[in-house]
Write a protein that binds this ligand. Sequence first.
Ligand code: ZN
Length: 214
Amino acid sequence: MATPRPRPPLADRVEELLAPGGPLPIVAAGDPVLRSGTEPYDGQLDPALLARFVAALRITMHAAPGVGLAAPQVGVDLRIAVIEDPAPVPEEVRLARGRVPQPFRVLVNPAYEPVGPARAAFFEGCLSVPGYQAVVARPAEVRLTGADEHGRALDEVFAGWPARIVQHETDHLDGVLYLDRAEPRSLAANQAVLERWTQPTPIEAAKTLGFELP
Ligand code: ZN
């Protein structure tokens, strides 16, 4: 009987993942890595490998395309995520959702807490749950702490759509999927969202599908 092979160190696994080059395969819901939570980043990847990993996350996010990507979504259980949103949406959508452009950022060891009681509810989706969207009520503003990829401290308040993105990605690092927080009756196939629920707010969807908004 073969003895089980020890799991290779994280840095070796990341090297292997990056070897082919280009966008990384995205892990889908059902994979334990999306539920296990992550190790805080503490130098497990040296600066050069960290830079290559972050570049690969960014390429993968662009290729998907998406506005955020967390390390577990490429099978790496480290507390690292990237965000970037050019926000190519009509003016009325921008106003209703606060969907303002979010420049590229690397979030290392992020954590968030709500700022004030206001909540905002909109359809969102996830690259690891392809084909569907659902309405999630989230704190409208959050304070995000952590660091950037150079180890510089991060302590910033996010509002509007960027607040939604940083919550969604930080939740991934805690093994939480947006569906855990979603209104179950709002679950909609992408095609249905495209055909029926592209209004700036989900008020019509809530009335018709039968779910509550905050
Ligand atoms: Zn996601």
